[in-house]
Design a protein around this ligand. Structure first.
Ligand code: FMN
Length: 177
């Protein structure tokens, strides 16, 4: 069974991204994955800012076959918390797929944050999955417990989830040296 780590990238009180991350987690489980939902707040809250490596995250990342980053859009970018967590590991990402889920209160669903995240994830050695999910008007789209309220996202979720798991399968035996 493929193991996916879903990174919840918002650390704010009342974050809309939490419900979205719960929805994504449940849907990937329905598609046959084992999924760990990892909260950037938990990873960072006791982590010294003087250290780049984050051993707890390295451990989690090493066990993952693939990742999903659920990122809000702040000032047309992704939050620093997402970058700090991602920078906390490196070798653990090698040739593993990553899917992106954007979250915003406005109509664009975090697309600007995700476009930037793609560049960073390629440098980390991850394989960026083309399919993505964009949750505009996020609090109306998904409830805090992960219940989908805007049902038009469901067909896209299935395409996104299947694409991610397909890449996990394809990359499992990928070796260049
Ligand atoms: C500092 C800050 C900057 C933001 N900038 C944007 C933005 O550039 N574009 C946008 O669509 N929403 C922006 N938002 C609103 C977020 O999209 C909104 O908070 C959304 O719920 C996702 O973030 P959350 O999971 O932290 O709630 C901003 C929110 C904050 C706190």
């Amino acid at each position: 069974m493929p193991h996916i780590v879903v990174l919840l990238g918002s650390t704010r009180h009342g974050r809309a991204s939490e419900g979205v991350a719960r929805y994504i987690t449940a849907q990937l489980q329905i598609l046959g994955a084992s999924v760990t939902l990892v909260d950037a707040l938990e990873i960072l809250k006791n982590h010294p800012l003087t250290e780049t490596d984050i051993p707890a995250w390295m451990e989690i990342a090493s066990r993952a076959d693939g990742f999903v980053v659920v990122s809000p859009e702040y000032n047309h970018g992704y939050p620093g918390a997402v970058k700090m967590v991602l920078d906390g590991a490196y070798d653990e990402y090698e040739k593993k797929p990553v899917g992106f889920v954007g979250v915003s209160s406005g109509p664009f669903g975090g697309i600007r944050a995700i476009e930037q995240l793609r560049q960073v994830c390629v440098e980390l050695g991850l394989v960026a999955v083309h399919e993505q999910m964009l949750f505009g008007f996020a609090k109306k789209a998904v409830a805090p417990d992960g219940t989908l309220l805007e049902l038009t996202h469901q067909p896209r979720m299935e395409i996104f989830g299947k694409a991610l798991l397909n890449w996990v399968e394809r990359l499992t035996n990928y070796k260049i040296n």
